[in-house]
Design a protein around this ligand. Structure first.
Ligand code: PMP
Length: 416
């Protein structure tokens, strides 16, 4: 029996494949320090767990409105109004099982299948953008992120990619995998182009509470932008709630349409988890503050240590919990083809990281090579893991250097 082309070609998060490799090595008894995982290494705060337990006891176990329980949408609307400085109404909000599904729902709401509608998305970026644009019959248009611009993009490059077929632009700040932040100037330029050309913006703001320097800013805060912006956020990262599957979007125009997609595909967000979401947003915020402070300390440690490795340079990420070091010099020194080979060398030595190609195809032949390290792991693991990484990479570079030296010395002999 055949499977559909759409399914055969469906992308994935290759991070999960690497995770499977890591788990296999661990089962074989090998010690692996993992920098792969994209979720906080903290438990959900107790008061949030208690609210879900209470919800179950109170019988909050049936279906809810597809858009979500009204009182929970009110909590979300208050949270978004407070943090984005705009007037978000509960009827603009749709709650779903994680923010992830809204990527597909947004493509479905703004493009038609197979007619050439285009969606621009950041590259490198969260791999689900590209896979869901393609699976839902739109055309993926990657927008290169540029290390020299602190992993923002060149506005001219964005403008070049806009056509009459452009239906939506996906932006992500703070960004996965680079940890980059789009600043007020970047967002202002994006807003101008969106207004001029009339496309939607999907603002993936799942890491909005994990910023280290200055305040988070949403494109939706710019006057006239909320109407055309699908704000997407959720509980996964900010409240250590990845498994609760609570995400939400807000947009005054698209909310009822998003809700119909939920009716079709999910029926509603998990009922008891919705009460946990409300408690997360309305309740005490100390645990989130503590978690972000811990990520901040770890960020400073990992960036410093990575920059001490020969051939590695790492920008200081402004948010999320990812470091994205440039390893081009190491790749070249070791005569490797790409960052995947380097990732494999590290894994063979007990250090699990992801390669840039886990986050999209290369933007150019001569683009630099990078690895992604999640620092959602203890400081001890970071110190131990990066020290090991330093030894592996520096020993390998020394050996490659010796080999080259020996070959150079051997050449005159061989000719005589
Ligand atoms: N967007 C980005 C950029 C992410 O990194 C993730 C999680 N890795 C998500 C969306 C989805 O989050 P969730 O479905 O857990 O809400």
């Amino acid at each position: 029996m055949d499977i559909s082309k759409r399914t055969a070609l469906l992308g994935s998060e290759s991070a999960f494949d690497v995770l499977a490799e890591v788990n296999k090595l661990k089962r074989e008894g090998k010690e692996v320090i993992s920098f792969c995982i994209g979720q906080p290494d903290f438990d959900t705060p107790l008061h949030i767990k208690e609210s879900a337990i209470k919800a179950i006891r109170d019988g909050k176990t049936g279906y809810t409105d597809s858009a979500g329980v009204l009182s929970v949408r009110e909590s979300v609307a208050r949270y978004l109004s407070r943090t984005r400085h705009i007037d978000v109404k509960p009827e603009h909000v749709v709650i779903g099982n994680g923010a992830k599904g809204f990527i597909a729902f947004s493509v479905l709401c703004t493009t038609d299948y197979g007619v050439g509608d285009e969606v621009i998305y950041p590259n490198p970026g969260y791999p689900i953008y590209e896979s869901q644009i393609i699976a839902n019959g739109a055309v993926p248009i990657p927008l290169p992120l540029i290390e020299k611009k602190k992993f923002s993009f060149d506005i001219g490059e964005l403008e070049k990619r806009i056509t009459p077929k452009t239906k939506m632009l996906i932006i992500n700040t703070p960004q996965n995998p680079t940890g980059g932040i789009l600043d007020e100037d970047d967002l202002g330029e994006v807003a101008k182009l969106a207004k001029k050309h009339g496309f939607w913006i999907y603002a993936d703001e799942i890491y909005s509470q994990i910023v280290y320097d200055g305040e988070f800013m949403s494109v939706a805060s710019i006057p006239g932008m909320y109407e055309r912006t699908i704000i997407s956020d959720g509980a996964s990262k900010s409240y250590a709630m990845t498994g609760w599957r609570m995400g939400f979007v807000a947009n005054p125009v698209l909310a009822p349409h998003m809700a119909r997609w939920i009716t079709n595909l999910e029926a509603c967000g998990n009922h008891m988890s919705q009460y946990a979401l409300a408690e997360a947003l309305d309740g005490p915020q100390d645990e989130t503050k503590k978690m972000v402070a811990t990520f901040h300390e770890r960020r400073d440690i990992i960036v410093k240590l990575l920059n001490e490795i020969k051939g590695v340079s790492c920008l200081t990420p402004g948010g999320a919990f990812y470091a994205y070091p440039n390893v081009t010099k190491v790749v070249h020194a070791l005569g490797m083809k790409d960052a995947v080979e380097l990732r494999k060398l590290l894994l063979a030595n007990g250090i699990a990281v992801l390669a840039d190609s886990n986050f999209g195809q290369r933007n150019a032949e001569d683009e630099d090579f990078h690895l992604r390290l999640s620092y959602a792991t203890s400081s001890e693991n970071i110190i131990k893991g990066v020290a090991k990484m330093k030894k592996v990479l520096e020993d390998a570079q020394a050996m490659a250097g010796e080999k080259k030296g020996a070959q150079a010395a051997a050449v005159p002999n061989s000719t005589t």
